[in-house]
Design a protein around this ligand. Structure first.
Ligand code: DI6
Ligand code: FE
Length: 402
């Protein structure tokens, strides 16, 4: 009899393995966990005998891969409620940014915060995601915009790794800081800040904000050349407020993902398909900014571009503390199917973070990041806006929500 650490039984598994039954369903499943990974998963009728250290019967509940939020700005100082009120009064996001508010106001607050302050505030926000079954979260820098504060943000993000797996993205090219020469700033980020953050082991992915109010294709290309020379994968905030050719640029670097994509044209979609770049859809920003231009979901689907869904949790454009809410909004606003939305926060989200071999589906050999739910069918995860549906969760087979 095989000795294992954890045995889950009497459950229905939405494995999210592609290509088979919807949701990759296994009815009456057994999941055996050893050394943090799934050792065996399959129908109870075919299960070998296991000798588990601990076991849980789940009374027919659904089990999915732990949810993965592949795009957040969870670490920041302060808040932007005044800007929210100004927008409700008629100001646009671009006007506020060009007047020196927006990202720059979060930069002021983030520089003023201690590392402990940043951790405390981010941990409070993270609790909302953990409570809804998130077991992996990506967190970006980009509200420091100087070497010291970018490193402080990334250390805070790394510190939060524990109940959840944290993946970091270096977002030095997020905005040009106030009163600073643009070219000197870009050079500092590329030649100094990125190499230093990488040397400190703080960078998993390199991100940038390509936008008319942010950085140009030429500037982003220089950053991505540097990332390539350091052996780091890239991703990009692309075509959110205007078509800057961001999707095609990201694809030309073999980016893990291009994110937002509201204004992406057909050529960008096709370039992403060829490059295997994931489209990360961020309906929280779409709703919070009351945007009307939708990302080209039908074209992405037709071209076979995998679609992820993320919260984009940030103080400016997406004050969204729920990945499940993002799933619901992706269905209601962008017409994803509930199955696509769940794939977008499991299998495809893992791909967007370069974690496809380790997470995102329930398969032997993958991490035992699991969520068990009080639902009757998997579509409910994208159907309810809010609500506490989680029964239990595990990271690497260790209970998180018990
Ligand atoms: N992600 C970003 O980085 C920008 N928009 C988005 O969706 C700006 C975020 C901010 O205003 O703080
Ligand atoms: Fe973002």
């Amino acid at each position: 009899m095989t000795r294992i650490d954890l045995l889950l039984s009497d459950c229905r598994a939405a494995t999210m393995v592609a290509g088979g039954a919807p949701y990759g369903v296994i009815e009456d499943a057994v999941i055996a966990v050893k050394d943090g990974a799934i050792l065996w998963i399959g129908p109870a009728s075919e299960a070998p005998e296991f000798r588990p250290v601990s076991a849980a019967r789940l009374d027919g509940r659904w089990v999915t891969p732990g949810l993965i939020d592949c795009h957040t700005h969870l670490v920041f100082g302060g808040d932007r409620t005044a800007e929210f009120e100004a927008r409700l009064g008629g100001a646009t996001y671009e006007e506020i940014a060009l007047a020196g508010g927006g990202i720059r106001s979060s930069v002021t607050a983030t520089r003023a915060a201690s590392e402990a302050d940043l951790i405390r505030a981010a941990r409070r926000r993270l609790a909302s995601f953990i409570a809804e079954g998130v077991t992996t979260i990506e967190i970006k820098s980009g509200y420091g915009l100087d070497l010291e504060t970018e490193l402080k943000m990334l250390r805070a993000a790394r510190y939060l790794d524990g109940d959840v797996r944290v993946v970091t993205s270096f977002l030095g090219l997020h905005a040009v800081p106030k009163d600073q020469d643009r070219d000197a700033y870009v050079a500092m980020i590329i030649d100094e800040a990125l190499p230093a953050a990488h040397a400190a082991g703080l960078v998993d992915i390199v991100d940038a904000y390509l936008e008319s109010i942010a950085f140009t294709p030429a500037e982003v290309s220089r950053l991505f050349d540097k990332a390539r020379s350091l052996g780091l994968p890239v991703r990009l905030h692309a075509d959110q407020l205007s078509d800057g050719g961001g999707a095609a640029l990201a694809a030309s670097y073999g980016a893990l993902s291009a994110d937002h994509l509201e204004f992406t044209a057909q050529a960008g979609v096709e370039a992403m398909a060829r490059a295997g770049t994931v489209a990360v859809l961020l309906p929280g920003a779409f709703v919070a900014l009351a945007e009307t231009r939708e990302p080209p979901v039908a074209a992405l689907r037709a071209a076979g571009v995998p679609m992820a869904v993320a919260s984009d949790c940030n103080p400016g454009t997406s004050p969204l503390l729920s990945l499940r809410a993002a799933m619901m909004l992706a269905c209601s606003q962008f017409r994803l199917t509930p199955e696509e939305a769940l794939a977008g926060t499991t299998r495809v989200a893992a791909q967007a973070l370069g974690l496809a071999a380790r997470a995102g589906t329930l398969e032997a050999g993958k991490a035992a990041d699991l969520a068990a739910w009080d639902i009757e069918r998997p579509a409910e995860l994208s159907y309810w806006l809010g609500g506490d549906l989680l029964h239990r969760s595990w990271r690497g087979g260790v209970p998180v929500v018990a």
